[in-house]
Design a protein around this ligand. Structure first.
Ligand code: HEC
Length: 407
């Protein structure tokens, strides 16, 4: 016989409340008042002589009474007490995850390791505590607490976890906004990226041409606030009589977080990119000179909207090559707090006097969000010469994040 869904839900709630939460965690017995404290009560009576029997009995009754009073308390109330009572058996009192008698197979993240923890946004941790490991694509050994804790209590654990990292100067993961397709991010990343672009030129007077580009980029953090990047562009261009595949100008870049405030949240970074003349100039695959490109990248949140901006100047070493001014502005928001959420956004991309608008959609591809893809289309709104619409996007892999939950 099928259980009617409503009744089933009620029954399940009863079941969860009463039983499925490990019993020893539910019982209110703060340290020192565990049931075995009766032993010491027994011992104390033996050492007293017959003459003090009465006194001992009174003391024992007193102890039992206070013991009972403690037993009716409602368990840990402050965050550190809750951490000790509910979390420490897996995460260790000191947050390292190193416990002497592990009850689980996986070792949780070491909360004292600033390089690992600071990059995590608060929202991910809140979600992990509320929904359990499976809510953020991690191990289901991490239980969910949303049925037993209030949202305020769950949020209260985050500063407790943050305090395990004793080092300062690391930009907070709250500033790690989703990457736009063209706008440079201010937050430093450990990422491998593929950025394809397909543009279709259709001049009314001539035949149409489809050009394909693919940039492969490797980004690596170092120190607390810095990152370097190497990117190699590949092109496959249509020259009407032939198609050519070539490498373009390889670029190396450094980025440094100059200002980061987790609470506001606001981040500003400076970068310097240098493109090397590895691409062939005469077919347009390269600029034929070293180009230095200082830039500034910034990000903030307005309510639940991400706002990211980026401006850079291209300064070619060869004085015959023109300078260029580029600026990008991105606005977007997530569909949910899950790491595999959809993010909808739009960019304005300016280069000198030209301007494009690039609506885009991004999606985390794994439950942990370690793989993500984005797709957009760049449409010219102000242009000087030909009108070219390009499909742009990326596939990114945050290679330090787990791809999927450990079993
Ligand atoms: C039964 C063991 C267990 C208990 C109890 C437990 N955790 Fe966890 N927790 C884990 C494991 C295991 C992971 C790591 C999962 C992974 O990396 O796949 C984890 C992950 C986390 C994460 C996510 C960290 C990350 O990798 O991003 C947070 C935050 C967290 N736990 C907080 C808590 C808090 C707060 C409590 C107590 C209210 C708690 N946990 C209780 C086992 C536990």
């Amino acid at each position: 016989m099928a259980i009617p869904p409503l009744r089933y839900a009620a029954w399940r709630r009863l079941w969860t409340d009463e039983w499925s939460f490990p019993v020893d965690e539910r019982l209110p017995h703060p340290a020192g008042t565990a049931p075995d404290s009766g032993d010491s009560r027994g011992k104390c009576c033996i050492v007293f002589g017959v003459t003090s029997l009465l006194l001992a009995a009174v003391l024992a009754i007193g102890e039992i009474a206070t013991g009972q009073a403690r037993a009716t308390e409602t368990g840990p109330t402050t965050i550190p007490e809750m951490w000790g009572a509910w979390c420490a058996r897996c995460h260790a009192e000191d947050g390292t995850g190193q416990v002497s008698e592990p009850t689980i197979t996986g070792v949780p993240m070491d909360f004292t390791d600033c390089a690992v923890t600071t990059r995590e946004p608060d929202a991910d941790w809140e979600r992990a505590i509320a929904k359990g490991g499976s809510g953020v694509g991690l191990s289901p050994e991490m239980p969910g607490f949303e049925d037993s804790l209030t949202p305020a209590q769950i949020a209260g654990f985050v500063p407790h976890l943050r305090a395990f990292c004793r080092d300062t100067g690391w930009p907070s993961g709250n500033l790690n906004f989703p990457r736009p397709i063209i706008t440079e991010k201010a937050f430093p990343e450990d990422e491998f990226l593929l950025l394809p672009a397909i543009s279709h030129e259709s001049e009314p007077a001539s035949a149409s041409a489809t050009n394909v580009g693919l940039i492969a980029a490797y980004e690596r953090r170092f120190g607390r606030r810095a990152m370097y990047e190497v990117s190699i562009p590949f092109y496959n261009w249509d020259f009407l009589t032939s198609r050519d595949s070539e490498i373009g100008d390889i670029a190396v870049a450094l980025k440094y977080v100059a200002y980061a405030s987790a609470t506001t949240p606001r981040i500003v970074s400076f970068g310097l990119e240098a493109t090397l003349p590895t691409g062939r100039l005469y077919k347009g695959f390269g600029k034929g000179t070293v180009v230095f490109e200082p830039y500034i990248a910034a990000g903030t949140m307005l309510r639940s909207w991400y706002v990211q901006g980026h401006g850079k100047v291209e300064l070619p070493v060869d004085p015959l090559v023109d300078r260029a001014y580029l600026y990008n502005l991105y606005v977007g928001r997530d569909s949910s707090s899950a790491p595999d959420a959809w993010t909808l956004g739009v960019e304005l991309n300016g280069e000198n006097k030209q301007l494009w608008i690039t609506p885009q959609i991004r999606k985390g591809l794994t439950a942990t969000g370690a793989l993500a893809a984005s797709l957009g289309v760049s449409i010219p709104v102000k242009y000087q010469r030909e009108k070219v619409v390009s499909w742009v996007g990326y596939l990114l892999w945050e290679f330090l994040e787990p791809l999927r939950a450990r079993k």
